[in-house]
Write a protein that binds this ligand. Structure first.
Ligand SMILES: CC(C)(COP(=O)(O)OP(=O)(O)OC[C@H]1O[C@@H](n2cnc3c(N)ncnc32)[C@H](O)[C@@H]1OP(=O)(O)O)[C@@H](O)C(=O)NCCC(=O)NCCS
Length: 147
């Protein structure tokens, strides 16, 4: 698609990733989602330098319009976690979510990761569709304890 792009997050993306993360947390507030903790955002930002993480930014022209963050936590023998994917509403349903996921899978394979686990809320049709399209399959139910 003309004007759209994806790149590995860099330090100049910091403010935009925090903004997008915050919008994502607002939108997901009523669903199963990581709480909005400063520490969590910091971890995401560390991803830029950390070989155990994949942090991608989606752009439209000069605007940052989405992100994806996966981490293998550095100690899980190649079993990584999907910790967030978000695309601004105005840019949804144009394939950006698919593109972010496909690019992350290419990078995950290159790192030697063996699997990636994501958590998608029941009823999040867009999140589920994106994951299934990328080859994820449903494996279980997660209990929400402190959300
Ligand atoms: C989930 C999200 C990242 C998808 O981004 P997107 O750029 O709109 O995704 P795409 O356009 O690449 O669509 C991905 C697939 O989901 C489908 N899809 C998109 N929105 C959908 C919706 N509301 N309902 C059902 N399917 C949907 C698309 O048809 C596509 O499948 P296809 O390629 O087989 O046609 C975006 O909706 C979002 O940011 N949601 C809020 C945060 C969130 O839920 N994150 C995911 C947590 S797992």
């Amino acid at each position: 698609m003309t004007g759209y792009g994806i790149h590995a997050a860099r330090s100049s993306d910091l403010d935009d990733i925090v903004r997008l993360y915050s919008l994502s947390a607002d939108e997901m507030e009523d669903k199963f989602q990581q709480p909005r903790q400063a520490g969590h955002i910091e971890k995401m930002l560390d991803a830029m330098e950390d070989t155990h993480q994949i942090c991608l930014v989606a752009t439209y022209l000069a605007e940052k319009i989405g992100y994806l963050f996966w981490s293998d936590l550095g100690q899980t023998r190649g079993t990584a976690l999907g910790l967030g994917t978000f695309v601004l509403r105005d840019h949804r349903k144009k394939g950006i979510g698919n593109d972010l996921t496909e690019e992350a899978i290419i990078r995950a394979r290159a790192k030697g990761w063996r699997s990636v686990t994501g958590v998608v809320s029941v009823g999040n049709d867009a999140g589920m569709a994106r994951c299934k399209k990328a080859g994820f399959r449903e494996v279980g139910i997660v209990v929400s304890l402190a959300f």
